[in-house]
Design a protein around this ligand. Structure first.
Ligand code: SF4
Length: 450
């Protein structure tokens, strides 16, 4: 590969947008508030994607900075009660187009608890008949009986955290499962009735050579999932693997190798029927993740649970990431102020819509931007667009703008140009073209956003 790529991740990039305090206005406490979860009553939104966060895991993986805890299973019943209460308080007749049980490890929840939550959702909200209902599951935490039971509840999409199909890599990551268990989980899921199956994989991992990655990709294709998500390893400074690297026990991730691995996937997956539809996501025709599409299309979503984020009516809000604080608010019936509650100004909203839209391989339609924001993209960003076309990072087909293959690899090189002009990180991003990691946006449940 060409030039070395300094690691500025999409998480850092996006966090920097959110932290632009000058452009966000903290909402005064005079807003309509619910009783315990002091977020605004969501009266104007008709249709939402619903996310529920479960911050419990068997063991913490060495690379993980998500909001999750090991050894706190005893808190699960209280947590279920708390999120049921939060659901009831946030519900105002909205229509739910998708539900996503994320974590953490939601497959640690007994089927009875999931039934309880789904019944609360059905009684508080209006569910689309064809709603996509996803649960994340980690190999080693479920069997066929469990999957059959949760499929019968109406959960119709399973996202399995495979991460790698190489035992050495899985062990380095600190996963609780091995490659054989990950492989076995796919036929078990099919037998249980899951016809919409996603597998998550990570690339850019130390000790994961291109040959190891190629084998993982081939084995994944052989397993025949409907959807494949590929994430680049991102290490926050407080995770064990970061310390292992700092001590010299493990080599640092190689961003050039990660770029090669991404390109390999980009070449290979379409030849096996997987259409690249978002920077980090491939799917067979018609089974793109509807829930995640809501994020990329900057549609409203409601997040429930500790660390969950919401985006409603031009405002972004988050619950506390502190599990005890979250549980106590309910137990003691005390108000829980949001960790943040911000109005997104129109300029930032425009910026988000362009950047998130460009993550989608279909690109953005300037006429939609004009209808939504009253902005002529060619007038507003004509110079930037011409330059990006000249650099081979975006292309124009008819009037649609989209990233080229090179642009997908060097996304930040494109995105910084669409930030509001006084953005303090623009220069750093300009200097830091990188392949982007892309945990399902938005990072509502991820620790690096707290
Ligand atoms: S990576 Fe996933 S399974 Fe591992 S600790 Fe984090 S949330 Fe849990």
């Amino acid at each position: 590969m060409g030039e070395p790529r300094t690691k500025v991740t999409f998480g850092e990039f996006w966090r920097s947008v959110r932290h632009r305090k000058k452009r966000y206005t903290h909402v005064a406490s005079a807003i309509i508030e619910s009783e315990v979860f002091r977020l605004p009553a969501l009266t104007t939104v008709e249709r939402i994607a619903l996310y529920l966060h479960f911050p419990f895991c068997v063991e913490r993986c060495r690379y993980c900075s998500f909001v999750s805890h090991e050894g706190r299973e005893k808190d699960i019943p209280a947590y279920i009660n708390t999120i049921k209460r939060e659901l009831a308080e946030r519900a105002h007749g909205q229509r739910v187009s998708s539900i996503y049980f994320g974590g953490g490890t939601p497959s640690l929840l007994p089927a009875g608890h999931l039934a309880d939550i789904l019944s609360t959702i059905r009684s508080c909200f209006t569910m689309d008949e064809s709603a996509e209902v996803t649960i994340e599951a980690n190999p080693g935490t479920f069997d066929g009986e469990y999957l059959k039971a949760i499929r019968a509840l109406g959960i119709n999409r399973l996202s399995i955290g495979v991460q790698s199909l190489d035992d050495g890599v899985l062990s380095l990551l600190g996963r609780i499962h091995n490659a054989a268990q990950a492989k076995e989980s796919v036929p078990i899921a099919r037998k249980a009735g899951f016809s919409n199956l996603n597998l998550d994989l990570i690339y850019g991992i130390p000790r994961q050579s291109i040959a190891v990655w190629r084998e993982t990709l081939h084995d994944t294709i052989e397993l025949g999932p409907d959807h494949i998500s590929l994430y680049s390893l991102t290490l926050e400074s407080d995770v064990p693997m970061h310390r292992m690297i700092a001590r010299g026990d493990v080599a640092a991730p190689d961003s050039d190798l990660a770029a090669d691995q991404y390109e390999l996937a980009e070449n290979l997956l379409p030849t096996h029927g997987y259409r690249h539809y978002e920077i980090s996501n491939w799917a067979r025709e018609g089974v793109e993740s509807r829930h995640n599409l809501a994020y990329w299309q900057t549609e409203p979503y409601l997040g429930i649970g500790a660390a969950a984020h919401s985006f409603i009516d031009g405002r972004r809000m988050a619950n506390t990431a502190n599990l005890d604080e979250y549980l106590n608010a309910c137990l003691q019936d005390i108000p829980l102020p949001p960790a943040f509650d911000e109005i997104i100004d129109p300029e930032t909203a425009l910026s988000e819509a362009i950047i998130m839209g460009l993550r989608l391989c279909k690109g953005i339609d300037p006429s939609e931007i004009r209808d939504r924001f009253g902005i002529d993209l060619a007038e507003r960003y004509g110079g930037e667009i011409r330059e990006l076309v000249d650099l081979g990072l975006i292309e124009r087909e008819d009037h649609i703008l989209r990233l080229t293959r090179r642009g997908r690899l060097l996304g930040n090189e494109v995105f910084w140009r669409f930030l509001p002009h006084d953005h303090e990180l623009a220069g750093a991003l300009h200097a830091s073209p990188v392949p982007l990691e892309s945990p399902s946006y938005p990072p509502f449940s991820k620790g690096d956003w707290e």
